[in-house]
Design a protein around this ligand. Structure first.
Ligand SMILES: N[C@@H](CCC[C@H](N)C(=O)O)C(=O)O
Length: 257
């Protein structure tokens, strides 16, 4: 079976064309072993591209622990690049993911992915919580380069109120009016990843909600590169949210499933 390795700002994924339904989707151990960086191909997750009756294709996302999870923004951008590579789409598409339909377009190699509207941004004393397709805890700090993301993120992810279901955890530093540095601990990877698409989307909206920025076109600096999030603010929350950035094929190979 042919697999493809893609990366979007260093968030890396194994992609497989599963339109013939050849994959045993309950084989959690196999997915985990393929994502292992020493004994497998290596990746923050594995994504299946499947047929859909209502859209160009369907995205099925697994974290590197082998479990199917909620929406992956960088994975969403990578599967759009993969669908173009396979000749399923040209430069515009609509596909189905676990959180519903997503529009996307590719312009000069950059993938623009529309995210679901966000109506609820919860603000607490020293953090915010919102769901951008996946759950995100957002915490501001003055020197994000120095935080131990793995241990601090894990403490927050397993503590109340998140506990078993967990959350992704984002640490944010404001660099200027429209630019923020973000480091993310990802649930299901249980470590820092170089970038998280739903995470930077959550950060952009949270910073606007807090009044840290007034712009609706925000630059996000991740460990793996630059992303951009644009949106509209309405009386009902945030709409027309787009996650924008690169997504590239790294290599392909053959595996026994
Ligand atoms: N890397 C992702 C987020 C993937 C899902 C997350 N790990 C979870 O289980 O909540 C992104 O780019 O959004």
């Amino acid at each position: 079976m042919t697999f493809y390795k893609f990366q979007g700002t260093g968030n890396d994924f194994i992609l497989i064309d599963n339109r013939l339904q050849l994959i045993d989707k309950n084989n959690t151990k196999r997915i985990e072993s393929l994502c292992d960086r020493r004994f497998g191909i290596g990746g923050d997750g594995l994504i299946l591209l499947e047929d859909s009756d209502v859209a160009d294709f369907k995205m099925v996302y697994y974290n590197s622990d082998g479990n199917e999870s909620t929406m992956c923004g960088n994975g969403g951008r990578c599967i759009v690049a993969f669908a173009k590579f396979l000749g399923i789409i040209k430069n515009e598409t609509e596909f189905i993911a676990v959180d519903g339909p997503h529009k996307a377009k590719i312009e000069n190699g950059i993938v623009h992915l529309q995210m679901q509207d966000v109506h609820d941004v919860q603000s607490y004393d020293n953090h915010l919580f919102l769901d951008t397709g996946s759950p995100h805890h957002v915490e501001m700090m003055t020197n994000v380069g120095e935080v131990d993301v793995k241990s601090t993120g894990a403490k927050i992810r397993y503590a109340k109120p998140y506990e078993e279901e967990g959350t992704n955890v984002n640490f944010v530093e404001q660099l200027c009016e429209n630019r923020f540095a973000v480091r993310t601990y990802e649930r299901g990877v249980e470590d820092e990843t170089l970038s998280c698409g739903t995470g930077v989307t959550a950060v952009a909206l949270a910073m606007h909600h807090l009044g840290k920025t007034k712009v609706t076109d925000v630059d996000l600096k991740t460990q793996g590169g630059q992303l951009r999030v644009t949106f509209n603010k309405t009386n009902h929350g945030y709409t027309n949210i787009w996650l924008v950035g690169p997504a590239e094929l790294v290599f392909k190979g053959e595996i026994e499933w």
